[in-house]
Ligand binder design. Structure first.
Ligand code: SAM
Length: 455
């Protein structure tokens, strides 16, 4: 392990809970590996593994497997996530015991750790908007959200300032801000080369800008959660002070058992932040705090619109989904989408303000001569569970995920969902003598698979 930056260690002397010796020692050890189970697809996995204390579905793994070679990873049965950041679950459960009818924004969402966690905690009546401004990262976010399978998790690709078009719309905004990244030094040593005091200062300015830009979109009494993976007080406690000085806002606190090893830090203005040091918790560096907005401000008028439901698509697509209520409509040239009816007004509001990359569940285009069921439906929690399906063994599942031909007994012509341990992976089409693999190209496994008999 490289030497930790001296300026960082000096700066941390003033931070509550910082113990230089144990902190440096912790950086001589590798980061632990943890996953968060999908509450439905992955409920029975990793039963015997150690639990992450602050997250019901968090598990530590004794070593790091090659996740790419596990079909359940591709099915979205679990998400590989650093344990400290799973603390968001404890905050949400404590601050929002009822998670119905909420409008939630995860502003800096790629690759999707916090979003998949939030999606698992929200009721269907709530709507989660996962946003990422950097386009290449937004496609990774979109893939992870599709894999997690929630119809009420939509994806946008906007700059934070664009959300000012939605004044007072969100009940909860999570800003997991881009930061100088010192909390992840154990996972990525290169971050150490990029670390500098100048970059910490730049990051803290950018964090202020992001928070100020998105502020109007939060409802009065709405909750703002701010998080970083930086140890620097300029990005943590000082940012809480800046929030308290700049806005009409009250700090929120939650109960945290002492045995968890989390340090409760205070800003000068009395707000509390939760600090994770790798010598005190089994996890990486992380900081998180919550506030409630008190200010009144502009609010959105409910839009007037003509009901969109496309009855024809509804009939054509009905067999694909479970028996919940959906609205079906054509959102762009190529695809039709299904959303929950309670989110129709949201769609009209959002499409005027932001760029919607994933809107409800993309079901493909049923009006085409040959309807290709979208890959998204294979991973969706709302898929009809009685669709024709072929269960694959691990070797077949991995070859499917590599977009190769798979050898399975002949089947009547038609579409089949392929599953591994019951979880959907994608679609194949039997053309009598063989099968075509409909996994989208960009989803395929790129690494070489080990020889067949290992599986
Ligand atoms: N929340 C994510 C998760 O749990 O997987 C991690 C988010 S990461 C700490 C910060 C994200 O902010 C990155 O995806 C980055 O691309 C994005 N970002 C970078 N510059 C930004 C900006 N100016 N405004 C908003 N987001 C930005």
């Amino acid at each position: 392990m490289k030497e930790l930056p001296r300026e960082l260690l000096e700066d941390l002397q003033r931070v509550k809970g910082f113990d230089e010796g144990p902190f440096i020692e912790a950086h001589r050890h590798a980061a632990s590996t943890s996953v968060r189970l999908h509450p439905i697809k992955g409920a029975s996995l990793f039963r015997d593994e150690e639990r992450v204390p602050w997250c019901g579905t968090g598990r530590y793994l004794p070593h790091r497997p090659v996740f790419t070679l596990d079909p359940l990873f591709h099915a979205g049965a679990y998400y590989v996530q650093e344990a400290s950041s799973m603390f968001l679950e404890h905050l949400i459960r404590s601050l929002l015991p009822d998670r119905n009818n909420l409008r939630v924004l995860d502003l800096c969402a790629a690759p999707g750790g916090k979003s998949t966690l939030l999606a698992s905690l929200l009721d269907d009546s709530s709507l989660l908007i996962s946003n990422e401004v950097i386009r290449t990262r937004a496609s990774i976010l979109e893939e992870n959200v599709i894999r997690w399978g929630y119809t009420n998790n939509w994806v946008t690709g906007n700059d934070p300032r664009d959300f000012a078009e939605l004044p007072g719309y969100f009940d909860l905004i999570v800003v997991d801000a881009p930061c100088s990244g010192s909390g992840l030094f154990r996972k990525d040593e290169r971050a150490m080369d990029e670390w500098s005091e100048a970059n910490v200062a730049l990051c803290s300015q950018r964090q202020q800008r992001i928070l100020a830009d998105v502020w109007p979109a939060l409802k009065q009494d709405g909750i703002l959660i701010y998080a970083t993976c930086s140890y620097s007080p300029q990005e943590d406690e000082e940012m809480l002070d800046w929030l308290m000085k700049s806005f009409d806002i009250v700090p929120l606190e939650v109960t945290v058992p002492g045995s968890w090893g989390i340090v409760t830090a205070s800003s000068d203005h009395g707000s509390k932040g939760y600090r994770f040091f790798p010598d005190k918790v089994k996890g990486e560096g992380f900081f998180i705090a919550a506030f409630q907005k008190k200010e009144t401000g502009a609010t959105l008028r409910q839009p007037k619109f003509k009901a969109v439901n496309d009855k024809m698509t509804q009939q054509q697509a009905a067999h694909l989904l479970n028996d919940k209520q959906y609205l079906f409509f054509q959102a762009d040239k190529e695809t039709y989408n299904a959303i929950y009816p309670q989110h129709e007004a949201d769609w009209h509001l959002l499409k005027e303000a932001v760029y919607l990359r994933k809107l409800g569940l993309n079901i493909g285009n049923p009006s085409q001569k040959e309807w290709l069921p979208s890959h998204d439906t294979a991973l969706s929690l709302d898929r009809n569970k009685a669709l024709p399906a072929i269960e694959l063994n691990k070797d077949q599942a991995l070859h499917f995920m590599k977009k190769e031909e798979i050898s399975i007994p002949a089947l009547a012509k038609g579409w089949y969902l392929v599953t591994f341990e019951g979880a959907g992976l994608g679609w194949i089409k039997s053309i009598g003598t063989r099968f075509n693999n409909y996994l989208p190209k960009h989803w395929r496994i790129r690494m070489d698979l080990p020889p067949t008999d290992w599986a």
